[in-house]
Design a protein around this ligand. Structure first.
Ligand code: BGC
Length: 393
């Protein structure tokens, strides 16, 4: 890319990083509900994944070498609490070493507590449908705060409560494979309570902790001008983007934004509302990329909530690696524009550091800055990862 395209005006101290989630990279997460259904043949096998559980040092060294200074990981609840009420000291020690290694590699540590996998004992008791799940999650949060809190810089309680609820309770693609709107709505409200309880549990131990949740917001616009298209945008914005955040208003020190989707909406009397994107670049998963969307989203979030913002995920499945560098640069350009206009955006995590187990899509989609050979577990930094060093802050 030309130097003019990589000259991005980001403030001093802006954090540039990457994200991951335990079940998608660690391997061998045998005590959670995903693993259970994988063995049943209902989901692709995650197996040893990227073996990040054993190779975290190497991964953090590569992250540092690429030029990153922020890393978002998740702690696997089922490792810490494989049996109800019993906490595994060896796993707590493991995560302490992981967090210390991040620090040693110059990475600010952002940690997610629930990134979609449940301990099997909890799933067997109904998962989030069981009202006690809130109390159990709060106990787990408290334990992590006590044992590991001094090694955590930024906290994310829950990753994408609405996407989790949609995939697991409406689309039926993720465990427990339900297709029920009322149950989905119930789970969303349960997760709102879980977030608040977790926030409080952490704050009780670490009053200074910086805590947020990661929210997947979609950038909507009207396909063509017109009152109905615009109404569709307003309603979608409220339901998808603001409903949950409004309900946790006083329980967030920052906003974590996951940005992947752009939808242009059209209303037709015969068909209702439809997504009608104009032609444009698409990822290997068919997701239309639209960097400018992140500018509008952070502007809206800041206007509405006035809290600092971290981009907790933004990424592209791109096996040929021919779109990734531009994708990253253009999103950072859009963020820089918002920052110049006064929006307090403090950091950016690309999804993902390495190739991952992409949930029900298995090992197909390639999001990584680092390519993983899932047979040999060899790491190879993709050429696009150079972008972080080329960006002139
Ligand atoms: C999730 C990640 C996932 C990514 C790409 C996000 O919604 O948080 O776990 O891998 O999207 O599909």
């Amino acid at each position: 890319m030309a130097a003019s395209e990589t000259k991005i005006n980001l403030p001093q101290g802006f954090l540039l990083g990457a994200a991951s989630a335990a079940h998608q990279v660690e391997g061998g997460n045998t005590h959670n509900n995903w693993w259970f259904y994988e063995q049943e043949g209902r989901l692709p096998q995650s197996g040893q994944a990227a073996d990040h559980y054993h190779r975290y040092e190497e991964d953090f060294r590569l992250a540092h070498d690429i030029g990153l200074n922020l890393m978002r990981i998740s702690i696997e609840w089922s490792r810490i609490e494989p049996i109800e009420g019993q906490f595994d000291q060896a796993e707590i020690r493991h995560y302490r070493l992981v967090l210390q290694s991040m620090k040693a590699h110059g990475l600010t540590r952002m940690v997610t507590l629930f990134h979609w996998t449940l301990p099997l004992w909890l799933a067997e008791q109904g998962g989030w449908e069981n009202s006690r799940a809130v109390e159990w999650f709060s106990r787990f949060s408290q334990l992590v705060a006590k044992e590991l809190g001094s090694e955590i810089d930024l906290w994310i309680t829950i990753n994408e409560p609405e996407v989790y609820s949609l995939m697991s309770y409406s689309y039926g693609l993720h465990p427990p494979f339900q297709k029920s709107l009322p149950r989905m709505i119930k789970i969303i409200h349960r997760l709102i309570r879980a977030h608040k309880a977790s926030y409080q549990a952490i704050k009780n131990i670490l009053p200074q902790a910086q805590i947020g949740l990661a929210k997947n917001n979609v950038y909507y616009d009207a396909y063509t001008k017109g009152a109905f298209n615009q109404l569709a945008v307003t309603i979608s914005n409220y339901i998808t983007n603001f409903y949950i955040l409004d309900r946790v208003k006083n329980y967030k020190d920052f906003i974590g934004l996951n940005y992947y989707f752009y939808h242009s909406l059209q209303f037709r009397l015969t068909k209702g509302w439809q997504v009608k994107n104009q032609a444009g670049p698409k990822s290997d998963m068919g997701w239309r990329t639209y960097p400018q969307g992140v500018y509008y989203l952070v502007k809206d979030l800041y206007r509405r909530y006035g809290r600092p913002i971290y981009i907790t995920e933004n990424g592209i499945a791109n096996a040929h690696d021919d779109m990734r560098a531009r994708f990253i640069a253009e999103h950072l350009q859009a963020l820089s524009q918002a920052i110049v206009e006064g929006v307090d955006v403090r950091g950016y995590c690309y999804w993902s550091l390495t190739d991952t187990y992409e949930w029900h899509d298995g090992y197909g989609p390639k999001f990584g800055l680092i390519e993983i050979n899932f047979e040999t577990l060899e790491r190879r930094v993709r050429p696009s990862a150079k972008i972080f060093k080329e960006i002139i802050l």
